[in-house]
Write a protein that binds this ligand. Structure first.
Ligand code: ZN
Ligand code: ZN
Length: 175
């Protein structure tokens, strides 16, 4: 979704207030693809600071479905995103690569709301997602979700280790 900024750029000090519904249905990143299950409109306040610079502030709330770090069950995580950006259109015109990266949400004299939401989501991405605080995770051997049922793998593993230690201990005694 693009917002035409020509109007706000006409006069220094001009303010544009708008609510926009982003078109993002999923969040795709190096971490994977995550469905966006709920999204509120993005309320934006765009102010012309003069000298072709814009102050862009705004807020939105969205819910992303992310697998639990331990058991991989889907968890709906609701995030509040607060924007506060300064866009310099003189830089956009210069089109150097670094400037473009900084202001990837600008497309000429248009603001790309989806790209803006994307970059904020990337910055605000939760470092840890758990379905519940005491999630037991999945067994690394048989893949059983240990929140739902138990398995015998861990016990066997311990028995095996104990047997080895016992073996070494016995050898030691024989010497
Ligand atoms: Zn979990
Ligand atoms: Zn197991």
């Amino acid at each position: 979704m693009l917002i035409d900024l020509n109007e706000v750029l006409k006069n220094d000090g001009k303010v544009m207030q708008t609510d926009v519904m982003p078109e993002m249905k999923q969040f795709v990143s190096k971490m994977g693809t995550f469905p966006i299950v709920m999204q509120q409109p993005v309320s934006l306040n765009i102010r012309n600071k003069g000298d072709r610079e814009l102050q862009i502030t705004g807020r939105t709330v969205l819910t992303v479905r992310i697998p639990c770090d331990r058991c991989l069950e889907a968890v709906d995580v609701t995030l509040e995103l607060l924007f506060d950006k300064e866009a310099d259109l003189k830089k956009s015109e210069a089109q150097s690569q670094q400037m473009l990266d900084d202001q990837a949400y600008m497309e000429g004299y248009n603001l790309d709301v989806d790209k803006l939401v994307y970059s904020e989501l990337l910055v605000n991405w939760p470092s840890k997602v758990l379905c519940k605080e005491d999630c037991k995770g999945i067994c690394s051997i048989c893949g059983t979700n240990l929140n739902q049922k138990t398995c015998d793998c861990r016990k066997d593993e311990t028995d095996l280790r104990m047997a080895k230690i016992q073996e070494i201990f016995n050898k030691f005694k024989e010497v």
